[in-house]
Design a protein around this ligand. Sequence first.
Ligand code: CA
Length: 223
Amino acid sequence: MKRILLVEDEKSIARFLELELRHEQFEVKVCYDGREGLNAALEGHFDCLLLDVMLPGLNGIELCRRIRRESDVPIILLTARDAVMDRVAGLDAGADDYIVKPFAIEELLARIRTIFRRIHPAVQSDDKLTVRKLIIDPTAYEVYFEGKKLELTRTEYDLLKLLVEHKNKVCTRELILESVWGYDTEVETNVVDVYIRHLRAKLMTEEPPYIETVRGVGYVMRE
Ligand code: CA
């Protein structure tokens, strides 16, 4: 779950945004003044900060500047209508984006999604892992291939996920053994080959094979 820090002194706006963001499955912390917001931003691990500009204690632009000295966390400023200077100063202070009050909640949500896409272009917003027509949903431990759900054992799942996480990079047999079976394992390296055969049988396709053998080294998942 992504965590958002909201710094907004107008309690009714803060409450409304908090409820809407929670509804969108974000975890939300709210602060009502700039200094409290600065401490929270520097101590907590947030995925995005929403900072009002006109704040008691420390204004949003100064807050943004101070946070930027310590952190690259995405920042969206909530600025007043017509405050062009605020927007320019905010972007100069390191904000990633701004939104002008009053705004529709859908617009704010769209800005947040855009920022997450820009920061994690490889990972889709729903955290699924994909290679061509193969989709892994790690939160549900489910795998879909060419639109159908695949039945995998836990070991097959762990092996497939490892290959997908390293797609287009070679996974050595040693890496696979360590990651899937653990350090203290007694299993032989050829158990890896056996499980790769199981996976290949389940990933039959007209397309080029998903799992390639790198002779003498290991395996690679091809995008
Ligand atoms: Ca304010």
